[in-house]
Each structure stands twice: as C-alpha cells, then as structure tokens.
Ligand binder design. Structure first.
Ligand SMILES: Cc1cc2nc3c(=O)[nH]c(=O)nc-3n(C[C@H](O)[C@H](O)[C@H](O)COP(=O)(O)OP(=O)(O)OC[C@H]3O[C@@H](n4cnc5c(N)ncnc54)[C@H](O)[C@@H]3O)c2cc1C
Length: 434
C-alpha cells in the first residue's frame, strides 16, 4: 500500500479506509478527523505507528502535539487494542471485548492524563472465588482464612496460625509451589493457588519460578480490594472512547483494518511498532511463547453471579473464571447481563497473544530478537507485544509518555531513536543511544 501525501484517508467522523480500499462503517465513538493535503508542510517528520492501542495512541498524541505528522494503522476494525470496549447490542451492557480491564495506578501523572480524556467512575475490584464447594473472598484475607478454617481469629492470631501451617523447612523457595507452601501452607495453597495457577499457565506450579508469587499473598484484615493502588476507576463510557479522544488530534490519522508490511515503513521517517516483536521479523527465529484466552460469551436476564469476577480454583472446572460485565459499570442499570467464561491455553499462530510466558527458553529467544531489533534502523518497538512483557495500562501509559519524551529529545539532539526505550529483557529504561 502506498501512503500518499494526501492524508484524507477518511472523511468526517464516520468512515475509515480498510486494507481493501473499501470505506468501512465505524459504529464506535468518533474517530479523529483528517487533515487535507494542503495542511502538511514539506519538512514535516512523518511517523507511522503500527497499532492503535494505548501505546500507539499515547506516544502518537505527544508527537503530534510536538508538530510531527502521525499515521496509525491497526489490523483490527477498532481502535483501543486489547482495552477495546463496546456496548452489547441486545442488553446495552458495556462489554470488555478482550477481557475485563480495571484501571489502577499510583502514578499521579498517568491518572491526570487519562482523566484529561474521559470521566472516571469509582470502581473497586472485589473478586470472589468458588473452591471446594464454597465461595470465598479474594485476595486471601482474614475473612477467607476464618471462613476456610471455621474460626473467628483476630489479625495477630491468624498470622500466628498461618505460620504454623506454613512449611518452614523451605528456607529458600525456588518454585511457585515452594513459595506458596512457605507462605500459606498446603491447605490454602490447594484451595486458592494450585488449581487456578495450573489452569492459567498450563503447567505445574513446580515448574514456575517463585518470583510469580512475590510477596505474602495474604492480608490479615478484611480489606478485599484486589489492588493496593491509590487511584482506581473505570472510564464512564468504556476505554474505546477514551482512546479515540487521545487519537483526536489534527496531526493524527488512523487507518483501521490495515496490517503492517515492511514497504509501508519505508515511506515514513520513523516507525513505532506495537505489534509482536517476533512478528516484525516474520518469526524467522521461531515464535515467542504466549498464553491465549478463549472467551465463551453468554447472556442471561437479571444478575447471573452477583459480582464482576468469580474465580474457579478447582482443577476439575475447566475455566479459570466467569466475568459479568455489567458489574464493571455499577453505576448503570440493565435488565440483561453478559458474561464471559474464560479458558486459558497455549497460543497458536492463529490466536491472539495475551500473556507472554517469559520462561528461560522464551527469554533466550527474546534476547536474539532484541539483537535483531537493535540492528534495525528507523523502528522503535513499544508496548506489551513490541517488548514482550505483561504491562498494566498505567505502566503502558507511563512508558509511552517517557518514550515520546525520549524520542523528542533524540530528535532535538539529531541522534537516531533507539530500537527500545525500555529494555525488553530487564524492563529498564534505555538511556544510551543504540
Ligand atoms: C486479558 C487481559 C486483561 C487485562 N486486564 C488489565 C487490567 O485489568 N488492568 C490493566 O491495567 N491492564 C490490563 N491488561 C493490560 C492491557 O491490556 C495493556 O496494558 C494494553 O492493552 C497495552 O496496550 P498496547 O498498545 O501496548 O497493546 P495492544 O492493546 O495489544 O495494542 C496493540 C495493537 O496493535 C495492533 N497490531 C498488532 N500487530 C499489528 C500489525 N502487524 N499491523 C497492524 N496492527 C497491528 C493490534 O491489533 C492491537 O490493536 C490486561 C491485558 C490482558 C491480556
């Protein structure tokens, strides 16, 4: 596909051009408008963003504000990447299409940033779990412990009690299982960690590193807020309108249903690539391993499960959890309801890659792709797929803001932008020029 100087890729607010050069009807929130050819300067720096998710939108916006000509493409028919939300046609429930997303952060700048594009409503994530025929509160807290053991312990009593359950013979836990046994002992481990982890990762917790369970996964009070962060909430009208608002800048063009090809990149001064790192190199060294999710969507009337997230810890239940999407917008009222049964499995080439596996083998392959990327000029790899890391939305935005600032600093200094602003192996910000 040729990217001409003519930037009127879609006119007005409702139409976008697809890869087959057909005009697509966009039924979501307004997409950014496009500039006419006459509005472009000859010396403008032209930048292509592969992916119109959070990474592409946030970096693109900063660069457009700095005067660069920004074009974003996305192979999907919507903006927003995996954060995409849309209303269910039958029930009007706001559905988190690629799985539920809850915004939580301690980063004041990121919180102010997102609040600049949409109104956030209060939301507290209170997860429940069904295990061994009973319903418990998560994360494991004093209520869970007292209910599970049929006791009425106060915090200090529960702490001492769990220390008795814990396997203190494990002094240097190496695996997830050892870490869990050291922290909570065999009973809570079996009920709340073992089966769920096996289903989520498709392997035994003895094969997973202890680092997955970083700190004591138990609270000795009745706090059942899943996240510790200071700022938590849900965008009033979903994530897609928020991301469409970020994209709504006269210096930004968005083309949907357009998949990146190397020829496209050649027509721009720089490319930011938020697709899969191995995909950019046509998987020539092999595929980086991911877990994918299958969502079995179903609708009911009324309230299906009484909460947004119900985990299923038992190994004989094939799914990991059921999410009921109207409970992610508790300020709305709907007669109908939409739920997802969530199944986790190994990702094949035809699936959407969700969670990077990042075990020893994958990290070795990642190192080789990182080397290839560093030899590639004019491309910066960003975001969860471009750097092969799990990133929460707030971290994605933080990294995107920093990446834009670094890119502008390089541009001002006349130095080439590096392949990575964040090292995919260490997660550390790169300061030196590649
Ligand atoms: C199941 C799940 C639940 C999550 N829940 C939460 C949560 O509760 N809270 C939270 O903070 N974070 C959550 N996240 C993380 C959140 O989804 C990410 O932080 C965010 O999506 C990262 O944005 P991104 O732009 O880097 O990637 P993406 O959202 O993946 O966007 C990349 C875009 O690039 C496009 N693309 C890829 N390759 C190409 C190509 N070759 N050509 C054209 N386009 C291409 C894709 O179509 C996609 O739209 C969750 C993630 C998952 C997987």
């Amino acid at each position: 596909m040729h990217f001409p100087r003519v930037k009127c890729i879609h006119q007005g607010w409702k139409l976008a051009l697809g890869s087959t050069n057909t005009l697509l009807l966009w039924c979501g929130p307004p997409l950014p408008r496009h500039r006419s050819d006459a509005q472009f300067e000859d010396d403008e720096v032209r930048i292509l963003f592969v992916g119109a998710g959070l990474s592409g939108a946030v970096i693109g916006r900063r660069l457009a504000e700095a005067g660069h000509a920004v074009t974003l493409i996305d192979s999907r028919a919507h903006v927003g990447g995996n954060c995409h939300t849309e209303r269910d046609a039958q029930t009007d429930v706001m559905v988190h299409v690629y799985g539920p997303h809850i915004f939580h952060t301690d980063d004041r700048e990121v919180w102010d940033y997102v609040n600049g594009f949409t109104r956030f409503m209060p939301f507290k994530n209170q997860v429940k779990t069904t295990s061994q025929g009973a319903v418990y509160s998560l994360p494991v807290n004093l209520h869970t412990i007292n209910q599970f053991y049929g006791k009425t312990m106060r915090p200090a009593e529960a702490r001492a009690f769990l220390e008795e359950q814990a396997d203190t013979s494990i002094t240097d836990p190496q695996t997830f299982e050892e870490q869990a046994l050291r922290f909570v002992g065999p009973d809570l481990y079996a009920a709340f960690f073992k089966g769920y982890t096996e289903k989520q990762w498709g392997c035994s917790p003895t094969e997973l590193p202890a680092s997955i369970l970083k700190r004591l996964p138990v609270r000795f009070n009745y706090d059942d807020n899943y996240f510790f962060h200071r700022f938590q909430g849900m965008p009033e009208n979903g994530y897609t309108p928020m991301i469409a608002a970020i994209l709504d800048h006269p210096g930004m063009d968005v083309m949907l249903e357009t998949t990146f090809t190397p020829e496209m990149g050649a027509q721009f001064d720089h490319v930011f690539y938020s697709g899969p790192l191995d995909g950019y190199f046509d998987y020539r060294l092999g595929r980086l391993g991911y877990r994918t999710l299958d969502f079995e969507r179903f609708s009911e009337t009324g309230d299906y499960q009484g909460c947004a997230v119900m985990n299923y810890g038992d190994r004989d239940v094939p799914f990991t959890r059921i999410t009921e999407h109207k409970h992610f917008s508790p300020w709305e009222e709907h007669e109908g309801t939409v739920c997802y049964r969530e199944f986790s499995r190994s990702c094949t080439p035809d699936d959407i890659p969700y969670y990077p596996i990042r075990m020893v083998e994958e990290k070795a392959l990642l190192a080789r792709y990182v080397e290839l990327a560093r030899e590639t000029r004019g491309v910066t790899f960003v975001g969860r797929l471009g750097t092969y890391r799990y990133l929460d939305m707030d971290v994605t935005i933080r990294e995107a803001l920093d990446t834009a600032a670094d890119f502008l600093a390089h541009a001002a200094a006349g130095t080439p932008a590096p392949a990575f602003h964040i090292d995919p192996l260490t997660g550390l910000r790169q300061v030196a020029t590649d």
